[in-house]
Write a protein that binds this ligand. Structure first.
Ligand code: ADP
Length: 601
C-alpha cells in the first residue's frame, strides 16, 4: 500500500471534488442552454411554417401550383429559411433552395412522417443537400380534415452549435479560473488542517527523542486541541516517572559507589551487569569495558568465577574467600546470593566482596605475637626451672654452684621482667595512643636528648663509647617528655649495643621542613642488611636472636620507639649500611595545627 501524506490526500481530494463538480456543472449547463436554444429555433421554425401555412393552402385550393416553387424561393430568401412543400407520397413539389425535380422522395424523413401523421414534427440532422447540420419543422397541410401535403421549414443549426461551443468555452475558461482559485484555496485549507498535525508529529518525535520538557502548542481545532493536551499530559507524566526512576537509579548508584564493599551483579548467563567502584578497584577492572561481558572475559580470577557459578547453582546465600594475586596478595570475603525478579524468577547473582586483607594480617600478627611472646617467655622460664631443679636435686648443697645457679636464675628473672616491662609499656603506649590519652606538650627537644644520653652514659662508659650531643637548645616540639626520652634511650641503647667498643654515637636534632623536628641517633656499629629494614620495627623481630638475647634485648625496643613516634603523630625511619653503621631518625611535629599524621617520606 502506498503511503501518502495527509496534506496531499486532502489537497488532491478537495481539488478533484471541485474539478468534477465544475465539469458536471458545465455539462448540465451546456445541455440546458443547448436544449433552450434548440427549442427556441424549433418554435421559430414552427411559427414561420404556421405563417406560410394559410398562403400555401390557398394555392392548393385554387390549384395555382405553378409558381409555388418561385413563391417558396422568394419567401425563403426573405426569411432566410429553407421552405419545402412535400406531397403525401413524399414527392417534393417546391423547395426554396433546390430544384424539386432533382430532389429524392422525402416520405421517409422523420419530420415528414410525423406531419403526415397529423402532428407538427421537428427533427435535427445533417442535411446532405445543404451539407450542414439542420433543424426541420414540418406541419401538415389540411383540407376538410385530410392531410394533402406537408409544409417544411428548415434552418441550419450551426449558429446554435457555435453559440453553445462559445458558451462551453467561456464556461471552461471560467471553470479553469475557478479551478485554479479552488485549488489555491484547497491548498491553503489543506495546509491549515495539516499544519497543527505536522506540529504535533514533530512534537511527538521530540518526545520520542527524550525531550520530555517540550510542550505541544494548542491548535485551534477542538479535537486536535484535546489531542495535544492529552499528549502534553502524557509527556509530563512520563517525565515525572522517568525522573523518579533516574533519581532512584542515581540513589542506588550513589549507595553502590559509596560502599566500601565491592558489589558485582551477573545475569544467569554469567555476564557482568553491574559493578561498583570498589569492586572495579579491587579487581582492577575498567567498568565501561567489562559491563556486558562474560565473567571469564571481565574478571580474570578463577576463584571468583567458581564462586559465581556456585552462587547461581544454589538457592541459598553462600559465603567464601577469594585470594587476589596482583602486585600484592589480597584476601576477599565473598557473599553471593541469587537475584530474583518480582515473579520470583532467578535473573542473576549478586556478589558482595569485602577486603579482609588487613584483618587477616592483623590476625596473623596477633597469632605471631602470641607465639613470639610464648616463646620469649618460655626461654627464661625453662632456664629458671632447669636451674631450680638442679639446685633441688642437690646442687644447692654446693655453695659455689648454688651461688652461680641462683645468679643465672636471677638474670633470667630480670629478663622475664624486662620482657614483661616492655610488653606492658608497649600496650600502655598503644592504648594511650588509641584512646588519645597521651598528652603532648611543647617541650625542649634538647632536654629530652640530654636526659636520654645521661640514662645511657653508664652503658656507653662500659664499652668506652663516646656519646656526642648536638642540637639547638631552643628547639621545641610537641612531645610527651617521658615517652620521647624512653624512645631515645631505646635508640641510643641499641646504638651502644650494636657498636664495637670505643666507637662514637651521635645524638643530634634539627628543624625539618613543614613544621617538623628531626632527632637522629647515628652509630658506627654493625649496620643492618637492607632485607631486614622493612620488618625491623615489628615486635620481637631480631636479626640475630642469640646476639640480641646475649645483650639483654627483648626484641621490643624498636616496636616501642615506633609506637611512641606514632603517639606523637610523627614517625621513625632507619637508614643503614652493613658494616658502617645506622641512622635512626624520629620526626616530631612542632605545632598542633596540622590535622594529619606525619608519614614516612
Ligand atoms: P633488641 O631488644 O633485640 O635490640 P630492638 O627492637 O631494639 O630489639 O631491635 C630489633 C633488632 O634490630 C635488633 O635485634 C638488632 O638486630 C637490630 N638493631 C636495632 N638497632 C640496631 C643498630 N643500631 N645497629 C644494628 N642493628 C640494630
Amino acid at each position: 500500500m502506498r503511503i501518502k501524506r495527509l496534506f496531499w490526500q486532502l489537497f488532491t481530494s478537495n481539488f478533484l471534488i471541485i474539478f468534477l463538480a465544475l465539469l458536471a456543472f458545465t455539462f448540465v449547463i451546456t445541455l440546458t442552454i443547448e436544449s433552450i436554444l434548440m427549442h427556441r429555433v424549433s418554435d421559430d421554425l414552427e411559427a414561420r411554417a404556421q405563417l406560410l401555412h394559410e398562403d400555401i393552402t390557398q394555392r392548393f385550393a385554387s390549384d395555382r401550383l405553378d409558381d409555388l416553387d418561385a413563391l417558396c424561393d422568394d419567401l425563403g430568401r426573405r426569411s432566410q429559411t429553407r421552405i419545402t412543400v412535400i406531397l403525401p407520397d413524399g414527392r417534393v413539389i417546391a423547395d426554396s433552395e433546390h430544384d424539386p425535380r432533382s430532389m429524392d422522395n422525402h416520405r421517409s424523413r422523420p419530420e415528414v412522417q410525423g406531419a403526415l401523421g397529423g402532428r407538427v414534427s421537428t427533427s435535427t440532422r445533417f442535411s446532405a443537400t445543404l451539407e450542414l447540420s439542420t433543424m426541420y419543422a414540418a406541419i401538415p397541410l389540411r383540407r376538410h380534415g385530410r392531410v394533402f401535403g406537408v409544409l417544411r421549414t428548415a434552418v441550419p443549426v450551426q449558429t446554435v452549435e457555435t453559440s453553445i461551443r462559445s458558451i462551453q468555452w467561456q464556461i471552461a475558461l471560467g471553470g479553469l479560473g475557478i479551478t485554479f482559485l479552488a485549488g489555491l484555496m484547497s491548498l491553503l485549507i489543506s495546509r491549515r488542517i495539516t499544519r497543527p498535525i505536522e506540529e504535533m508529529k514533530d512534537g511527538a518525535r521530540r518526545f520520542a527523542d527524550g525531550e520530555l520538557g517540550f510542550r505541544l502548542p494548542l491548535p485551534r481545532t477542538d479535537e486536535l486541541r484535546d489531542l495535544a493536551r492529552v499528549m502534553n499530559t502524557m509527556a509530563e507524566q512520563l517525565q515525572d516517572r522517568i525522573s523518579v526512576i533516574v533519581q532512584q537509579h542515581s540513589q542506588q548508584d550513589a549507595v553502590l559507589s559509596s560502599m566500601i564493599e565491592g558489589v558485582l551483579a551477573f545475569d544467569t548467563e554469567e555476564r557482568l551487569i553491574n559493578i561498583n567502584n570498589s569492586a572495579a578497584e579491587l579487581l582492577n577492572i575498567d567498568p565501561e569495558k567489562a559491563l556486558g561481558r562474560s565473567i571469564q572475559e571481565a574478571v580474570r580470577n578463577v576463584g571468583l568465577q567458581h564462586f559465581v557459578e556456585h552462587a547461581l547453582s544454589t538457592d541459598h546465600a553462600i559465603e567464601g574467600y577469594i585470594t587476589l594475586v596482583d602486585t600484592k596478595e589480597r584476601f576477599l570475603q565473598a557473599h553471593g546470593s541469587t537475584l530474583k525478579d518480582t515473579s520470583d524468577t532467578v535473573i542473576g547473582v549478586l556478589v558482595v566482596l569485602n577486603d579482609v586483607t588487613e584483618l587477616r594480617t592483623l590476625e596473623n600478627v596477633r597469632k605471631d605475637f602470641v607465639a613470639n611472646v610464648s616463646h620469649e617467655l618460655k626461654t627464661p622460664i625453662t632456664s629458671i626451672k632447669g636451674f631450680v631443679e638442679t639446685l633441688l636435686d642437690g646442687a644447692m648443697h654446693d655453695k659455689d654452684d648454688a651461688a652461680r645457679f641462683l645468679s643465672i636464675v636471677s638474670k633470667q628473672a630480670d629478663r622475664l621482667n624486662a620482657i614483661i616491662e616492655d610488653l606492658l609499656s608497649l600496650s600502655r603506649i598503644e592504648q594511650g595512643s588509641e584512646r588519645e590519652e597521651i598528652t603532648l606538650v611543647t617541650g625542649s627537644v634538647y632536654d629530652a636528648m640530654v636526659s636520654a644520653v645521661q640514662s645511657c652514659s653508664h652503658d656507653a662508659d662500659a664499652k668506652s663509647i663516646t656519646l656526642h650531643l648536638d642540637g639547638d637548645e631552643a628547639l621545641r616540639a610537641l612531645m610527651n617528655p617521658p615517652l620521647l626520652e624512653q624512645a631515645l634511650v631505646n635508640l641510643i641503647g641499641n646504638a651502644i649495643k650494636y657498636s664495637e667498643e670505643s666507637k662514637d654515637v651521635w645524638v643530634s636534632a634539627q628543624l625539618g621542613d613543614k613544621d617538623t623536628v628531626t632527632i637522629m641517633v647515628r652509630d658506627e656499629g654493625c649496620g643492618i642488611e637492607a632485607e631486614h629494614l622493612p620488618r625491623l620495627f615489628e615486635r620481637f623481630y631480631r636479626i640475630d636472636k642469640a646476639r640480641s638475647r646475649k645483650m639483654g634485648g627483648t626484641g621490643l625496643g624498636l616496636a616501642i620507639v615506633k609506637h611512641i613516634a606514632q603517639a606523637h603523630r610523627g614517625f621513625v625511619e632507619v637508614q643503614s649500611t652493613p658494616g658502617q653503621g645506622s641512622v635512626f631518625t624520629i620526626v616530631l611535629r612542632t605545632t598542633i595545627d596540622r590535622d594529619d599524621d606525619l608519614e614516612v617520606a
